[in-house]
Write a protein that binds this ligand. Structure first.
Ligand code: 5GP
Ligand code: MG
Ligand code: MG
Length: 180
């Protein structure tokens, strides 16, 4: 598996250091609250798991799984809910955790949904941001790392459902795409 990676962008250590910082910041900011931390499946799972261990206050976790309708062409912004929250967000301080924001279409939909359901506050925390891909006006509140306009894998991020279990984030060798 590792020999299919051309370049490591963020090592396991770099990721964990950054996640520790993000966790410490959130601990301070939500000190007086009982935030609801929502992870967007499946990509945000490792980030969710590691960052929540660094948030040193009471919190509640929940998950959502969504998929965009249609194919690779410009999305209408329509998103299908595969798994909804178990929790009521009304009146809650909500933190959404994402693996990466590219076009922003998915998150844009989630933001409207959570606001519509009456969250008291909403914060968007993404491990990676790819601003070059943006199709909607969306600026996350917290970004771990900004990435170039390249397809990255690892630490939750997949290519054809593989590589999510890499402990680091990298770029695949071009021949991997040719083989499939
Ligand atoms: P968008 O912001 O375009 O609505 O979609 C974001 C989702 O697309 C991410 O949560 C992720 O699942 C997927 N995605 C976007 N860019 C990349 C990338 O570079 N690598 C991988 N593996 N997935 C990506
Ligand atoms: Mg995602
Ligand atoms: Mg994917």
């Amino acid at each position: 598996m590792h020999n299919e990676i051309e370049k490591v962008l963020f090592s396991e250590n770099e990721l964990q250091e950054k996640i520790k910082e993000i966790g410490q910041d959130l601990t301070k900011e939500y000190n007086e609250c009982f935030p609801l931390v929502i992870g967007v499946l499946k990509g945000a799972l490792p980030f969710m798991s590691d960052v929540t261990k660094r948030i040193d206050i009471h919190l509640e976790i929940d998950f959502m799984d969504v998929s965009s309708y249609g194919n690779s062409t410009v999305s209408s912004g329509e998103v299908k809910i595969i798994k909804d929250l178990d929790t009521t967000v009304e009146g809650r301080d909500v933190i959404i955790l994402e693996d990466i924001i590219d076009s922003g279409v998915t998150l844009n939909y989630l933001i409207s949904l959570i606001k519509h359901r009456g969250a008291k506050s909403l914060k968007i925390v993404t491990l990676l941001d790819k601003p070059a891909g943006r199709q909607v006006d969306l600026v996350p509140d917290t970004v771990g790392f900004t990435v170039p306009d390249e397809f990255v894998v690892g630490y939750g991020l997949d290519y054809a459902e593989k590589y999510r279990n890499l402990p680091y984030i990298g770029i695949l060798k071009p021949e991997v795409y040719k083989e499939s």
